[in-house]
Design a protein around this ligand. Structure first.
Ligand code: AMP
Length: 455
């Protein structure tokens, strides 16, 4: 099947051809004709399947006749995060280049005044995160009574983030005679309820995840002691042939700490998390997309669903609390049939979380053990017990050498393979890692760093 058979107009076909898409993805093939028929739709599809185009393309087609009035947008796309909303907006620009549709992107962290000005001119498409939309609505800056098409994107993430009540509220401001499209990677009972309540006789389509994560991503785990984590990560980054990588932490303070630390060590790294001001978030993400930053240290919220092409690696500095988040994280690499590698640093405390991931991914994750922890044990004993011949006298070591303990992970380049223990129950959150060792005496040499990772 090709795009011309889906019922899209000439302008869209031209834009699609210029972008270089030759065939519709399965979700596009299934969803576009249904949306064009003005039917409600439930799309069970993950990011990476081409789902954004499956609603933006037919929406552009349907909105191409008619114009929006001031402060009365004609369609609304709700997205869970600012970055995802921005990504949807980019899709409208990309596919709608031969149409004269206007759009407004309403996300938190950016000037309300600018957003109001755009709304005043009239927007055919409104793309918003729920919080900012409600803010503007409550201030009387926007009317939703002309909305003909409503899209709820990434409903499962909306649920995770506690946005379902906001969405329910927003829907009450939208006319009943509308077309509603709901996309979700999973169909939890709460999402099913939402669909039952607000969609009218919907058609359901579902597609398999873009490719089984195991197929395109090489999953690896490295056993580490908590205090060695950042050093092991640094060594892994050096050891791997990295083009660019996401580095995920569970906590924002670790995102900040690690981003800063890697940058101090000379890596081209930056941090991205939800507490940063939006202008900085946008700027950082753009720099990563443009290849000006190689390592994006981030939290789940900031990176969820981000579509950056050709990401070679994902590092999980922390094991995610949720096995599903593991799949989302590693989904940043191995996209569009390319291969990718995902490394996860695991500590003793992570056994149950790891087991849940192994189960979800379908087993066969190679786990390596850093030499460091082994060396520490083995090396300590013989020296005490056997009292070997006296070692040749040495000069007092240089300052950096005296702090060798913090650097042992630098010698961790020949790992040993071990198998992962399996256990069935995921573990609740709330673990805390000991404080990481001080950097003083850290013998990392910038000279060892691959050129492409340098600032
Ligand atoms: P999404 O699932 O919407 O995040 O899309 C994932 C990626 O697939 C994006 O980079 C799109 O540009 C790309 N994409 C969407 N549709 C197609 C298509 N028909 N052919 C090739 N790539 C596509």
């Amino acid at each position: 099947m090709d795009f011309a058979q889906l019922g899209l107009g000439e302008e869209l076909l031209k834009a699609i051809e210029e972008i270089g898409y030759t065939t519709p993805t399965p979700i596009q093939e299934k969803a576009i004709p249904i949306v064009l028929m003005a039917r409600d739709l439930i799309g069970l599809a993950q990011t990476g399947t081409g789902k954004t185009a499956s609603f933006t393309l037919p929406m552009i087609e349907m909105l191409s006749s008619g114009r929006a009035r001031s402060r009365m947008p004609r369609s609304l796309v709700l997205a869970p995060t600012r970055e995802l909303a921005a990504q949807v907006a980019e899709n409208f620009d990309k596919y709608g280049k031969y149409h004269k549709l206007t759009k407004a992107l309403l996300v938190g962290g950016e000037s309300m005044g600018d957003q109001i000005k755009i709304l005043e001119k009239g927007a055919d498409v409104l793309i918003a995160t729920p919080g900012r939309l409600l803010d503007l609505f409550d201030r009387g800056q926007i009317l939703l009574s002309d909305i003909k098409i409503l899209v709820i994107d990434e409903a499962d993430r909306m649920l995770d983030m506690g946005f379902i009540p906001d969405i329910e509220k927003i829907i009450t401001f939208i006319p009943m005679t509308r077309q509603t499209l709901l996309f979700s990677a999973t169909m939890q009972p709460e999402i099913k309820n939402l669909a039952d309540k607000f969609l009218s006789n919907p058609k359901s389509v579902s597609v398999a995840p873009p490719a089984s994560p195991a197929a395109t991503v090489d999953h690896r785990m490295m056993e580490v002691s908590p205090k060695d984590k950042k050093y092991v990560l640094r060594d892994l980054i050096q050891r791997e042939n990295i083009k660019n990588a996401f580095v995920f932490c569970n906590r924002k303070k670790d995102v900040d700490m690690l981003g800063k630390w890697l940058a101090e060590k000379g890596f081209s790294a930056a941090a991205l998390h939800g507490d940063m001001v939006q202008s900085k978030r946008t700027e950082t993400l753009q720099a990563f997309k443009d290849g000006k930053i190689s390592l994006m240290v981030c939290s789940d919220v900031a990176a969820r669903g981000l579509d950056v092409s050709g990401v070679s690696h994902v590092f999980n500095y922390d094991v995610p609390f949720n096995a599903d988040d593991y799949v989302h994280r590693i989904g940043r690499t191995g996209r569009a049939g390319q291969s990718g590698k995902a490394w996860t640093l695991i500590t003793e405390d992570d056994d149950k979380l790891v087991a849940a991931i192994v189960k979800l991914v379908g087993g066969n994750i190679v786990t390596e053990k850093t030499i460091k922890s082994e060396k520490a044990e083995v090396a300590a004993k013989p020296e005490k017990a056997e009292k070997p011949e006296r070692a040749p006298r040495r000069e007092k070591p240089a300052r950096a050498e005296r702090h060798d303990r913090d650097d042992r992970s630098e010698k961790a380049s020949e790992p040993k393979l071990v198998t992962v223990k399996r256990s069935s129950k995921p573990e609740p959150s709330g673990r805390r890692y000991p404080i990481l060792p001080d950097d003083e005496g850290d013998k990392f040499h910038e000279d060892n760093m691959p050129a492409f990772l340098r600032k």
